[in-house]
Design a protein. Sequence first.
Length: 220
Amino acid sequence: MLNILVNDYNSELKNKELKNRFINIQLKLKEQELKYLKSQIHPHFLFNTLNTIYGFALKQSQETPEIILKLSGLLDYILYHVNKPHVLLSDEINHIKNYCDLEKIRFRNKLDIQISETYFNSQTYIPPMLLLPFIENAFKHGKSLNGKLIISISIKTDKEQLYFSCKNSINKNTTTSKEGIGLENLKNRLNMLYGIDYTLKTNSNTDFYIATLKIPITHD
């Protein structure tokens, strides 16, 4: 009887130890993910936006307050909303639109960008800042085609999946080698979040680079 009690006690200790190890691993993964998220906005984007604000301020443009407000909203989202495990897809899309609106101001008539959205359920949740790296890459590595940088973003959901695509213009001399590190970081995060339960594909031709992503989603 005593041996049984001792064995049960030892088993319980081992289970607690395993549970604590698992919790510690989860916490480390979460810290790694948050660190990755908060480094997502490239410094060149903030630098360019601040330069744009400075230029508009010098001209006393009426657009200056709007630019500052959009940048403030973007930074607020980055600093505070990334702490949440999931956010509304609509909030994530608004965040993307703020980002694109700031780039529109900088590019002016040299940018042609389209965003399409189709919801199965408005109460759809995804991890924060999961889609923005694709849009950042489109602006960072995209090249003008017939005088304009062309970007097309599509976000669709059905009952179980989110389908995302981002297409940007390039040229014959454009290579995707510069995107290797960013894409690898994104894959690491997707692996952390979904294991093998997602699909990420990239392809290009002489005029366009296209990235597509399919992930499972949750509804309220």
